[in-house]
Design a protein around this ligand. Structure first.
Ligand code: UDX
Ligand code: UDX
Length: 464
């Protein structure tokens, strides 16, 4: 069997690496139009940081896993073609700011139809709005040279930072297909592929529309839990309750469960906001105003949490952060990834820069170039102007020298065990800590002399 995957991104790369690793007799070609990304996949420095990914790629690459820009040839030879190109939120025209931009996906379908020399199974791996398979199918058939195309939906549920574990031991694999003889055959071939390493009972099969919608609903549900915890964090600060204690008490109910209840400065990542807005757009498209409003609130709460965090910092630091040095700990949207897409850190930094703060940003995996270009885009400020206000500093002790405050944006494990006394001694006083992830040892920091403001925890009683 030959597989081709179009799109060597955060999803396509790791997913195909695990398929190739688990199925040595299947040839897996990952193609991408971006030559430098392909080169990086073929080098020792992979373009995606994921624990365990290097080892998986090393085992399979050159054996049955290949990365190339030779898109047409690989499409031509493949039995199954995964489409894993990005589907960003539209920035123009109808549905701008909400709907998914499907132009890359449509281009893929046209290309597949054009170069295919034989019947193919086309698998939607990218997250797509419900009924995209219908459009794909129409584009494929309208342009085919008489060949048959079966379209399956196989959404990805991997979370960044745990991608390899999620792929090797998934809670479930979901495959949607048509209830026709050829549809059932195509679906079975994908089920058989996953069944090489995933227990059968964890492979769910549905119709195509259910599969597409399940992905959006799953992400909306996860994000909704985080927004609920974040809404709670504000009430805890006002009342003296402790957000972790309340979340733990509620999450101990087996019907609620403990996961995705950690209050934070805001969820980020390439999926949550995009998928919810997509769901909102779909609801509106079908005239369902109340469901649309319901889901929109999950994103609104997240935006509020980020701006609330900035406001609390400014209020606490005597109503001004102008000219003050603030050490930003973490820039990735969560730990164990170098991905910054929709990271809460971007919005918080933008808010602080609007207040004329000076930022020293530390992240163990995100390159300075990514941080600066993200902030350039977010603030609309030129690189030169930004450079006078933002420094990317690999060393946390240099970043905190003379700082007025520390703000934790990402829950990197190494931030929990810093030499806090050393940091305190070199900071301006009062030395403020704003813990946007609830990870620092707050009691120990307070004992050292820091003024600690953590999300969802009572503010410290100020010694006057
Ligand atoms: C994935 C999914 O595909 C997306 O739908 C989901 O919501 C988020 O995760 P991801 O792998 O994270 O996307 O995206 P990205 O890392 O941007 O990778 C996409 C790749 O596709 C890029 O390397 C890009 O160069 C490539 N691409 C895009 C093509 O090869 N051809 C195209 O026409 C468009
Ligand atoms: C998510 C889904 O989990 C995954 O199934 C889907 O395929 C892609 O989207 P991902 O975006 O990689 O994965 O990360 P996830 O672990 O879900 O975290 C998303 C955001 O929520 C992060 O910013 C994270 O820090 C935040 N989060 C998560 C919280 O703030 N609190 C929590 O309790 C959990």
């Amino acid at each position: 069997m030959k597989i081709c995957c179009i799109g060597a991104g955060y999803v396509g790369g790791p997913t195909m690496a695990v398929i190739a690793d688990r199925c040595p007799d299947v040839t897996v070609n990952v193609v991408d139009m971006n030559q430098s990304r392909v080169d990086a996949w073929n080098s020792d420095s992979l373009p995606v940081y994921e624990p365990g990914l290097d080892a998986v790629v090393k085992r399979a690459r050159g054996r049955n896993l290949f990365f190339t820009c030779d898109i047409d040839r690989q499409i031509e030879h493949a039995d199954i073609i995964f489409v894993s190109v990005n589907t960003p939120t539209k920035t123009y025209g109808i549905g701008a700011g909400f709907a998914a931009d499907l132009s890359f996906v449509e281009l893929c379908a046209r290309r597949i139809a054009q170069v295919a020399r034989g019947n193919k199974t086309v698998v939607e791996k990218s997250t797509l709005p419900v009924r995209t398979a219908e459009s794909l199918r129409r584009v494929l058939h309208a342009n085919s040279n008489g060949y048959r195309f079966e379209v399956l939906s196989n959404p990805e549920f991997l979370a960044e930072g745990t991608a390899i574990a999620d792929l090797e031991r998934p809670d479930r694999v979901l495959i949607g297909g048509d209830d026709t003889p050829t549809g059932r055959t195509a679906l079975q071939s994908l089920v058989d592929l996953y069944a090489r390493w995933v227990p059968r009972e964890r492979i769910l099969t549905t119709n195509v529309w259910s599969s597409e919608l399940s992905k959006l609903f799953s992400n909306a549900m996860l994000a909704q839990r985080v927004s609920s915890a974040n809404a709670l964090s504000a009430l805890c600060e006002a009342t003296g309750a402790d957000v972790d204690e309340v979340a733990n008490a509620a999450g101990s109910d087996s019907r609620i469960g403990p996961k995705f209840l950690k209050a934070s400065v805001g969820f980020g990542g390439s999926c949550f906001q995009k998928d919810i807005l997509n769901l909102v757009y779909l609801c509106e498209h079908y005239g369902l105003r109340e469901p649309a409003e319901y889901w929109r609130q999950v994103v609104a709460m997240n935006d509020w949490q980020k701006s609330r965090f900035v406001k609390r910092m400014v209020d606490t630091m005597f109503n001004t952060v102008s000219g003050k040095r603030i050490a930003i700990l973490g820039f990735a949207f969560k730990k164990d990834t170098n991905d910054t897409r929709a990271s809460a850190a971007i919005d918080v930094c933008r808010g602080l820069l609007a207040e004329n703060a000076e930022l020293l940003i530390v992240d163990p995996k995100v390159p300075a170039e990514t941080i600066l270009s993200d902030l350039e885009r977010a603030t609309g400020t030129s690189r030169e102007v930004l450079a006078s206000r933002v420094q990317c500093e690999p060393d946390v002790y240099r970043a905190t020298r003379d700082a007025h405050a520390i703000a934790v944006m990402t829950e990197w494990t190494q931030f929990k065990t810093l030499e806090f006394q050393r940091i305190y001694d070199q900071m301006q006083k009062p030395a403020f800590v704003f813990d946007g992830r609830g990870i620092l040892p707050h009691a120990a920091l307070t004992a050292i002399g820091f003024e600690v403001y953590a999300l969802g925890k009572p503010a410290p009683a100020l010694a006057r």
